[in-house]
Write a protein that binds this ligand. Structure first.
Ligand SMILES: *Cc1c(COP(=O)(O)O)cnc(C)c1O
Length: 382
């Protein structure tokens, strides 16, 4: 069977072959398989050196000090560690987030809310961005943390974390940013971006699944409580034997992302443009999320008069995402699209197309012609 064209890079990316090659060297007897925490022999020292080299590569992409990188199992864990770790055992804490964050942030904040933490849930603007004023208005005397994503995974919209972070810094409120969808898609520079905690994932950037990192600022010194206890790895913030091969893979992936960033953004902008030009003959198509403040790889579109489920059935040759979660047999519309003010009906008409490193002009041309055909056909039989 011919595989469908992959247009779901925001869900995950294939591992870059250069990354897979590198990872292979850290698994078997003839490779570097030692425990990076083994201090008594060369097996351990070599593994530790590999972990530290990867730490530099990951830090490099965001212009951090390697000592500010804490390895985790992925952005989900990084978000949990940042948010729960910042609140710690405070009884009367208040935190601020938005209604369109990733589930890793939403559900962590909901859990804290049940434990007694006060949570303000900001409503984004129609274009999927959160404004500086909204954040400022939400702050209270007991606000300990604001958590907002840099790039929204369903819309591709970019939040202005620089302006927000500067104000939070003045007021001594910690700022956590989920940058899982931003890494490798735009410049992230923590020397000019006043964030305290920043979550990263390996598998959204052509690295392996099951590895991530949390940036924890050293100056000013940010303290968070560990959520996983054990041998005191990662300066006590995250215990557990480090998965050398995963970490080496993420490091390699991030170094490739850094050296190819500009070129990749230009290429994806061009592919996005071709994709949208290919849809121009179709009436009643609207873009969800910001037209201008966005990354190139994510295109969320609503099609008048066509529901996403039927459209996806028709688009069998494309692997795309509806953003809807199938919760117990009923299909719930995306909470992100509802969050930017779309009705249930409008949200049910949306699909997310996400392109990446291996997407070609032929693929996007094929995709748009398929969409034109299927939407036209579905509208005709209405
Ligand atoms: C994918 C993603 C996550 C979760 O990352 P994992 O590494 O899969 O746990 C968190 N936040 C955003 C914005 C994401 O896109």
């Amino acid at each position: 069977m011919k595989k469908p064209v992959y247009m779901d890079y925001a869900a995950t990316t294939p591992v870059d072959p250069a990354v897979a090659d590198e990872m292979m060297k850290y698994l078997t007897l003839d490779g570097v398989f030692g425990n990076p925490a083994s201090r008594t022999h060369a097996y351990g020292w070599q593994a530790e050196a590999a972990v530290e080299a990867a730490r530099k590569q990951v830090a490099g992409l965001i212009h951090a000090d390697p000592r500010e990188i804490v390895w985790t199992s992925g952005a989900t864990e990084s978000d949990n560690l940042a948010i729960k770790g910042a609140v710690g055992d405070r009884q009367d804490a208040h935190i601020v987030t938005s209604k369109i964050e990733h589930k890793a942030v939403v559900d962590t904040c909901k859990w804290l809310e049940r434990q007694g933490t006060e949570v303000t849930w900001l409503d984004p603007a129609a274009d999927g961005t959160i404004s500086f004023d909204q954040v400022l208005d939400s702050l209270r005397d007991n606000t300990v943390l604001v958590s907002l994503m840099l790039v929204n995974n369903e819309l591709g919209a970019i939040t202005d974390v620089v302006a927000i972070g500067a104000e939070l810094r003045k007021r001594g409120v910690l700022f956590h940013v989920d940058a899982a969808q931003a890494a490798g898609k735009m410049v992230i520079d923590v020397t000019s971006m006043p964030v305290d905690l920043l979550a990263l994932s390996g598998h959204k950037v052509y690295g392996p699944k099951g590895v991530g990192a949390l940036y924890v600022r050293r100056s000013p010194d940010v303290r968070i409580d560990a959520q996983i206890h054990g041998g005191g790895h990662e300066r006590g913030m995250r215990s557990g034997t480090l998965p050398t091969h995963q970490i080496v893979g993420m490091g390699k992936a991030f170094s490739i992302a850094q050296s190819g960033l500009e070129e990749e953004v230009v290429k994806l902008e061009a592919l996005r443009e071709s994709f949208l030009v290919g849809l121009e003959s179709l009436e009643g198509v609207s873009l969800n999320g910001s037209e201008s403040r966005r990354v190139p790889g994510i295109v969320n579109l609503s099609f008048d008069g066509v529901d996403a489920e039927s459209l996806m059935l028709g688009l069998r040759d494309l692997a795309v995402s509806s953003g809807s979660a199938c919760a117990s047999a009923t299909v719930e519309p995306s909470y992100v699209l509802r969050g930017i003010g779309l009705s249930d009906e409008q949200a049910h008409r949306a699909l997310r197309f996400s392109i990446g490193r291996y997407t070609t002009e032929e693929e996007v041309a094929f995709a748009s012609s398929q969409i034109v055909d299927v939407v036209t056909r579905l509208r005709a039989v209405r």
